[in-house]
Structures are given as C-alpha cells and as structure tokens.
Write a protein that binds this ligand. Sequence first.
Ligand code: TMP
Length: 215
Amino acid sequence: MTEPRRGLFITMEGTEGVGKSTNMEFLANQLAARGIDYVVTREPGGTPMAEEIRELLLRRREEPVQGLTELLLMFAARSQHLHSFILPRLKEGVWVLCDRFTDATYAYQGGGRQMPMEQVQLLEQLVQGDRRPDHVLLLDAPVAVGMQRIRGRDLAPDRFEQEQQAFFQRVQDVYRERARQAPERYHQIDASQPLNQVQSDLSAVLDTIIMGRHH
Ligand code: TMP
C-alpha cells in the first residue's frame, strides 16, 4: 500500500482579541466544505497532558513566573503535542489546523517577555528539528482594538491577557516582522475589517494554498 500524501500543517496567529476563535471555526468549515480531511487543535495544549501544562501557564498566581520557566513549559507542551498528535495526523494525510504554534513563542516569549530569540531558536530546533508550519495565517489588527475586545469579555483575564499594551505591541511587532521575512509561508490578514471581509480574505488564502498543493 502506498502512503497517503502528507497533510498540510496550517497555524493561525495574532495578538489577543483579533477574532482568532471565530475565524478558526470559519476556516474549519471551509476545509470541510472543500472535502478536506482535517483536525483542529491548539497550543499550548492539544493533548491531555499538554492541556494540563496550558493550565499551569495561563493561571494567574502570586509567585512570579520566570521567563525561562514559561519558555520551557511552552516547548514541553509543544513536544508532547507535536510528536504524539500533530505529526502522526500529518503522516496519515490529515490536515492539521492549529490555533497558535511556535510563532507565538517568538512573539510572546521573545517579543512580549523579551527573552533572547536565540533561546527560542535553540528550543525550536531541539523540539521540532526542521519541522515548521506549511502556512501561517496572521490575523492583524491594531493592538488597542484587540485589547478593548478582551476587556469587554465577562471572563477574568488570564496571565497573558492581563499584560499591558506595550507588551502586546512588542508581540505584534515580532509577528509582523516574521511575516515580512517569509511572505511565501505567512499570510497576513487585516482583522480590523468587517468580519465578512476578513473571512473572504481567509477563503481566498485557502484557495491559494490548495492551488499551490496541486502543482
Ligand atoms: P489563546 O487561547 O488566546 O491562544 O491563549 C493562549 C495564550 O498563550 C495567549 O495569551 C498566547 C500565549 N502563548 C504564548 O505566550 N506562547 C506560545 O508559544 C503560545 C502557543 C501561546
């Protein structure tokens, strides 16, 4: 029997409150409508153990969390998720749609927390080798707009959501810079547009991705 063709690994990124959840759902429906076999997952998390690590990472606590502790936990969760869930699915020919991945570590731990980018790179290499997402969809909106949206929610902010605007501005700067450096893999979408326009842009990006695959 011949092996199925490897599935595509697509991630969605953005600062807080850019509409990631709504648009993840939209994208999943688009994949289904195109008859593509896919799974949806998220980081940190995606397996029972990695979800426990997520809980550790997001919970607000009295004890100050060291930047390196946070960085190592992100990659610990990722190692579990990547090797026990993502890679086996891709190998079976299933597409993986993941809510955040290592670009978030560059943006939040590297940019937001100002951890050395070399440390992020080192751990990326250790955990992933040369594996990178095939495509990254970056939802981009002014930081202030996103912050207003999360402040308007009923839920208490988690350990990241409680950060200030300057933190999220650094996060966004890193995302934008990474997108600028590899335009063939990153698709930046203006998330400050009306939702139907954001979704028509997303749908167009998906068509490009699918077309690229048939070559
Ligand atoms: P989310 O549900 O908003 O995606 O929550 C996950 C939080 O974790 C979000 O605030 C971003 C943060 N995060 C990092 O700081 N680094 C990472 O590598 C990932 C995947 C998420």
